[in-house]
Design a protein around this ligand. Sequence first.
Ligand code: ADP
Length: 481
Amino acid sequence: MQVLAVTPEIYPLIKTGGLADVAGALPLAMAGQGVAMRTLIPGYPVVMKRLRRKRAVHDYASLQGGKAAVHAVKLDGLDLLVLDAPHLFEREGGPYGDAGGADWPDNWRRFAALSQVGADIAGGAVAGYLPDLVHAHDWQAAMTLAYMRYGKAPATPSVITVHNLAFQGQFGADIFAGLGLPAHAMALDGVEYYGGVGYLKAGLAAAWAITTVSPTYAQEIRTPQFGMGLDGLINARADDLYGIVNGIDVDAWNPQTDPHLSRNFSAKTLTGRRANKRAVEQRFSLAADDGPLLCVVSRLTWQKGMDILAAALDDIVGMGVRLAVLGSGDRGLEGAMLAAAARHRGRVGVVVGYDEALSHMMQGGCDAIVIPSRFEPCGLTQLYGLRYGTVPIVARTGGLADTVIDANEAAVAAGVATGLQFAPENPDAFRVAVRRAAELYADAETWASLQKQGMKSDVSWDRSAAKYVALYRSLLARRGA
Ligand code: ADP
C-alpha cells in the first residue's frame, strides 16, 4: 500500500511538537506492516541543507508567487518529497514564524502551497507514483484534502490527524481568491469557517476519516468545552472519528541503555534508580532523603495546568514530598515556580529552560511525574514515566486518561495499576492525588508494583501503527465497495 503523508514537521529533521515525532515514527513502524509511506514536507533551510544531489520529480513555473520544485530524497531512513519553494520556506527562524516568535504573515500562502502540491501528487503529478491514500497532519497540511476534493483526486481515500485542536489555521475571507479553489468551495460544507477560511475545518470536512491522538480526546472534542468551535462539525463526522494513542521511541527511551542516566536499570534492578535520584537532587539543590521526589518536565502553560500545581505547591511540600521542575513557557508561571523554590529551599528545585539530557535523568531518578493538564491530546511524558518506573500522577483527560491505570483499591488489589489519576483538574483534587501517592509510596511493595506494572505497558509504536494500518485498509475497502 502506497501512502502519501503531508506534514509541516518531521523528526529528526524539523520539530516543534509531538506531531513531528508521529510523522517521523509512523513510516518506520509501518514498513514492517505492508505500508510504504512517503512524506511531503516543506523545504525549510535545515531540510534543503541536507539535500546533496537535487533530483526534481516535479516543477512549478509558478506556485503561490514563485518558482518551485519537488525533490525526492531518502534521509534518516525516511522517504521524503521536499517542496523547494524559496520564496515561501527559505527563511531564518521557525517553521511558522520569525526568531521573535511572530507568525509569518503569509502562512496561509505557505501552507496552501504545501497542500496544493500534496493534492497534485495525489492526482499523479510525480511520474511513476500514485498514492493509494493520503494522510495529512494538522492545519498546515489540512488543505491538501480540500484541494484533492475540489481538484484532481476526489476519489482517493484520505485521513487527517489532529494533534491539537487549539491550532486551526483561521484566515480572513480575503485570502480565498488566492487559493485557486473553485467558488463553490467557499461554503459551509467546504472551506468557509465563521465567515473566513478555516484550514483545519476544511480538512475535517473533506477527510474520509479523522483521527486524534487518543480515544478520550476524540470523544472530548465533540463537546463545546474541548471542541474549540469545531465540536458541531466533529459531531457530524462522529462515525468517521478515531482515537489512536501515540507511541514513543523505545530505543531513545530505554532505562537499560540510556546514556543520560548515572545508573542504568530495569524492572528487576529498580534499586539502581537511587543513584539517579541522588543526581537529580544535586542538580536541583534538593536535600537528599528517601522521601518521595516528584518531577515536572513540561511547557509551563495554562494548558499543562501549571497554575494548578503552583496553587497546591505549599500544601504538597507540607506533605513531605520534594519537587524538581524543568520547564519554560509563560513568564508568570516561570516566576511562580522560581518563587516557590526560594520559599522552599531544599524541597523545591526549578530549572527554567529546555534540556533533553536532564529530562532523561529526571525520568530515571524521580519517583513520580506530575501532569495536571487541562487538556492533553495524547501526552508523551507519562509514557516516558511508565517506561522508566516514574509513576505518573495525571489529570483524567485525553491521552492521560487512556494510558495510565489509576491506583484505586481494586486496581491495586488486582496488580494492574500504573499511576494515579485525578479529576476535576483543580488544586483540591490534585492535592488529594499527591496525598494518595505519598501514602502508596510509604508502602514500598505497593509502590514497586506500580512501577513494575507501568514498565510492562506497551508504549512502543507497534500497536498504534497497526491501528493506523487497519484504518487505511478499511478506507481502501470502502473505496473499492
Ligand atoms: P506538548 O507537545 O503538548 O508540549 P507532550 O507531552 O506531548 O506535550 O510532549 C512534550 C515533549 O517535550 C516531551 O518529549 C517532553 O519530555 C519534552 N519537554 C517538554 N518540556 C521540556 C523541557 N523543558 N526540557 C526537556 N524536554 C522537555
